[in-house]
Design a protein around this ligand. Structure first.
Ligand code: NMX
Ligand code: MLT
Length: 430
């Protein structure tokens, strides 16, 4: 048995007991209210979901199991998965065991490459990634065990097995998507001696002599791993998983949501925005020119990609980590310099514009410029990188949810006529 499975088997009974007694003794305790604005407004701020893997505090950003993301930014992505799912950081021995377990599960079946090669040459890399994950659904241990008649308390075990398989193959699939989509030549196999970041960079086909691109990739995979339970991808994955769809269905569904420009696709939009400025102004624009460009974008009814957030009300610490990395490794790069200048100007403009509740940068504001610097210039690929990382969070949430027996998601919807009747009744009472 893997050390992670052993660890989870040890903590799950107490977790179940704790939730059972919480529900028994406090199930009726009110923890929030919902108003008409929230019902029409994407349920913003409604507390109706449990997610123990991580928390996003409006004034602090991502906190994974009690650790602010900046305090653990240098931990490898595998350790972050352990932390997300088991609730504590792994020891050296546990970390090495998890890496061995992942290495055992590497290897992408040929039928996945056949499917990807058969897709339209202009397919978006996210459509290719999600299709590849769906194609692999046939491998699901959860589905196999469910079909055999598995007990509810055992659900988490094959969910963990499917999670480890997906985490093990995802960098290879993602790198394959890159090489097939952009006609980069033969696929490059995974090298079990490299860490996840360096291996991914090598499979993409980059010659990273200094190891700095590998460091960026490791940081990237760690920073994007999770962002509590209410964001579009996590929430979608949670809902699909709650129907006992297996991890392949659930993660693929979540990533389809990540592929939207208001969510993970903002990273490609963001670099596009930065490069447009670079091209229009022949380099780094002056403050005045940049301010005008931002107003032009807003006046055209478009959003400023990489800025704003549904929960955060401060600069995203994940952006801060990328900016620090950029200042250390590519401060002279004009594309990175534009990102920095945008950071100095956009929040002021958004405040004056007066619409966005959060004028600060989110995770997508700076990551693309760093990838661009290291030669990964096909920016419609960037959300695939986000996906490889976010799968860690979605999968850990699926394992925890099956462990604690989370039921099928089914909130109540109401009609506009019902809302009108409530308003009428409230007016009559006043
Ligand atoms: N540029 C222009 N307008 C904005 C921006 C922005 N960056 N952010 C919010 N607004 C507008 C928003 O469109 C809305 O306008 P309207 O009333 O006309 O519909 C208004 O401000 C109020 O929106 P908020 O309540 O501040 O934001 P909300 O919680 O609805 O949405 C985002 C959050 C992240 C979707 C939104 O800020 C946005 O569209 N940002 C740009 C896209 C982006 O960077 N997405 C990536 C998020 C991180 N991720 O990776 O997922
Ligand atoms: C995320 O990382 O998922 C994004 O910041 C979006 C969110 O949390 O709503």
């Amino acid at each position: 048995m893997s050390m992670l499975k052993e660890k989870l088997a040890g903590i799950i009974p107490a977790l179940r007991e704790e939730i059972k007694s919480l529900l028994k003794e406090h199930g009726e305790l009110q923890i929030g209210t919902v108003n008409v604005g929230q019902a029409y407004g994407g349920m913003r701020g409604v507390k109706g979901l449990i997610c123990d893997t991580s928390l996003v505090e409006p004034d602090k950003g991502l906190i994974i199991r009690g650790y602010p993301i900046l305090d653990i930014q240098n931990r490898p992505p595998e350790d972050i998965f352990w932390l997300l799912v088991a609730g504590s950081l792994p020891s050296e021995e546990e970390s090495a065991d998890l890496k061995r377990e992942l290495a055992k599960r590497k290897g992408v079946p040929q039928y996945v490459w056949d499917v990807l090669n058969a897709m339209h040459p202009d397919s978006h890399p996210m459509a290719m990634l999600d299709t590849a994950i769906m194609a692999m659904e046939v491998e699901s241990e959860f589905r196999r065990r469910y079909d055999e008649g598995m007990k509810k308390e055992d659900y988490w075990e094959p969910m963990l097995e499917d999670s480890l398989k997906i985490i093990a193959v995802l960098p290879e699939i993602a790198a394959g998507v890159y090489r097939i989509r952009y006609k980069k030549g033969a696929l490059i196999p995974s090298n079990p001696d490299l860490d996840m970041g360096a291996d991914y960079v090598a499979m993409l086909g980059f010659d990273d002599q200094s190891g700095t691109f590998g460091d960026l990739m490791r940081l990237y995979l760690t920073l994007h791993s999770d962002h509590e339970g209410g964001n579009v991808s996590a929430n979608t994955c949670h809902t699909v998983g709650s129907a006992l769809s297996d991890a392949y269905y659930s993660v693929s569904a979540g990533l389809n949501g990540l592929a939207g420009p208001l969510h993970g696709l903002a990273n490609q939009e963001c670099l596009k925005f930065i490069l447009e400025m670079h091209e229009r102004f022949g380099g780094v624009p002056t403050d005045g020119a940049l301010t005008d460009f931002v107003w032009e974008t807003l006046n055209a009814g478009q959003v400023i990609p990489g800025y704003g957030h549904a929960v955060l009300r401060v600069p995203d610490p994940r952006f801060v980590a990328f900016r620090d990395f950029g200042n250390k490794h590519c401060a002279d790069d004009p594309v990175f310099q534009i990102v920095d200048k945008v950071f100095n100007i956009v929040p002021k403009v958004l405040l004056e514009h007066g619409k966005a509740k959060n004028p600060w940068p989110n995770v997508d504001a700076g990551s693309g410029a760093l990838l661009y610097h290291f030669g990964l210039r096909e920016f419609d690929y960037y959300t695939v990188l986000f996906s490889v990382s976010r799968a860690l969070g979605m999968l850990s949430q699926l394992v925890v949810n099956r462990a604690i027996g989370t039921p099928i998601t089914r909130p109540k919807s109401v009609t506009t006529d019902w809302i009108k009747s409530q308003i009428k009744a409230a007016e009559q009472q006043a």
